[in-house]
Design a protein around this ligand. Structure first.
Ligand SMILES: Cc1cc2nc3c(=O)[nH]c(=O)nc-3n(C[C@H](O)[C@H](O)[C@H](O)COP(=O)(O)O)c2cc1C
Length: 376
């Protein structure tokens, strides 16, 4: 049995029968993934997040992944400036939902692994096994240095994250242990009860640099990445899966992200896409992000940034899906052919746009064989 079979056997939706898994990204932050001042009723309130979770459950979508954020990116929108903590967010949502798989996204330097393991176990048990962690190392210097410490050098961050997750896993699975690493010392470590899921909650990570990719392949279950184009996406999926097998004898899944504008006509969809990006895009906040990201992450060239600023504004660099329900379905069929296991969608206003998505796109995805009918 390989490492993912345990999740499959337990009926984990992240590894379930739907060929293309779907989720929502970033609903815990203001403006979610759209760097824009476009008019919207969306706000990252708990009530709106509960409504989104229920809409996902109604259409059988798999998961919600929040963004780990501690401060905004400035500009007129102060993009992501209002943000809910992702552990307490997941715990509260777990208590009022039944099917959707919830993640906490956490910057490992901001939380001790003993505290993280305990909170994760608690949420996993509240949700009865519908919980996972999205591991991020931190790259936005003003955000990480707000904690009063210098950010570690890029590759060292992954070494820190390796010790962090090793300790979390030991707490989840072992009775007691001692640990002496370069960053952590654990004396007679113990954590009870153990998580609801055996052996542990699902781990995902968006590491994209060589060091980051190795980290995901070695420790995580799903790699979370950008798709610059369908062709490059296909190569990314193949290489990601191959790296895990060849280097670590493990299987990993892949997820990407897609900003969505779905309307009755192509014209309406294109007009709205132009409106929120070209008329109302917050290029200042986008510039603030790109400036730091270029220095702090190793996976993007300056040329790529220029080309992808528009995509950043649309939805954090994800692959845009703009058009009618039929056109979006065709794109998702193409996306699935890259071999990717799932995608997180983002919208300017989830609460007003998801009902149309549920009603019009989800049945087409079923017809296309990408998804099974929803079990009521
Ligand atoms: C889809 C996606 C989601 C991400 N979510 C977050 C996040 O919530 N918080 C954060 O600080 N960084 C986030 N990141 C940035 C990653 O943690 C990471 O820094 C980036 O992918 C660069 O990888 P590298 O550090 O290996 O170069 C995300 C990246 C991607 C592609």
């Amino acid at each position: 049995m390989n490492n993912l079979d345990t999740f499959r056997e337990a009926g984990n939706p992240m590894f379930g029968e739907n060929k293309l898994k779907l989720g929502v990204f970033g609903a815990n932050c203001s403006h979610a993934c759209a760097i824009t001042t476009a008019e919207t009723d969306f706000a990252p309130t708990f009530e709106k997040n509960v409504e989104i979770a229920k809409l996902l459950e109604a259409s059988g979508m798999e998961c919600m992944v929040p963004i780990a954020r501690w401060r905004g990116f400035g500009g007129p929108s102060d993009f992501n400036g209002e943000n809910m903590d992702t552990f307490t967010w997941a715990a509260a949502l777990a208590a009022v939902t039944e099917k959707v798989y919830l993640f906490s996204t956490t910057h490992v330097p901001t939380i001790h692994p003993i505290v993280a393991a305990k909170m994760a176990t608690t949420i996993d048990r509240i949700s009865k096994g519908r919980y996972g962690i999205n591991i991020v190392c931190g790259w936005f210097t003003p955000e990480m240095e707000m904690f009063g410490q210098k950010m570690l050098e890029h590759d060292t961050r992954y070494e820190y994250a390796a010790e962090w997750i090793t300790i979390v896993e030991k707490l989840w699975t072992e009775k007691r242990f001692d640990y002496h690493g370069d960053f952590f010392t654990i004396n007679d470590g113990v954590s009870n009860p153990k998580p609801y899921q055996s052996p542990r909650p699902v781990l995902i990570c968006a590491g994209a640099s060589p060091k980051g990719r190795d980290y995901v392949a070695k420790y995580c279950d799903i790699s979370f990445g950008f798709m610059e184009s369908m062709e490059k996406g296909k190569d990314w999926v193949t290489e990601t899966k191959r790296l895990a097998v060849d280097k670590f004898n493990r299987e990993i899944g892949t997820f990407t992200s897609c900003p969505v504008v779905c309307r009755e006509t192509e014209k309406e969809a294109q007009e709205y896409y132009n409106y929120y990006i070209h008329e109302k895009g917050d290029w200042e906040a986008c510039e603030n992000i790109c400036r730091v990201l270029q220095v702090q992450s190793q996976n993007h060239s300056p040329e790529m940034y220029k080309k992808f600023k528009e995509r950043f504004i649309a939805g954090w660099g994800g692959y845009p899906l703009v058009g009618t329900p039929e056109q979006i379905t065709d794109k998702l069929i193409e996306l699935s052919k890259t071999g990717v296991d799932g995608t997180l969608i983002s919208m300017v206003d989830y609460n007003s746009e998801l009902p149309f998505w549920n009603e019009r796109v989800m049945p087409l995805l079923e017809q296309a064989g990408l998804r099974k009918p929803v079990r009521k």
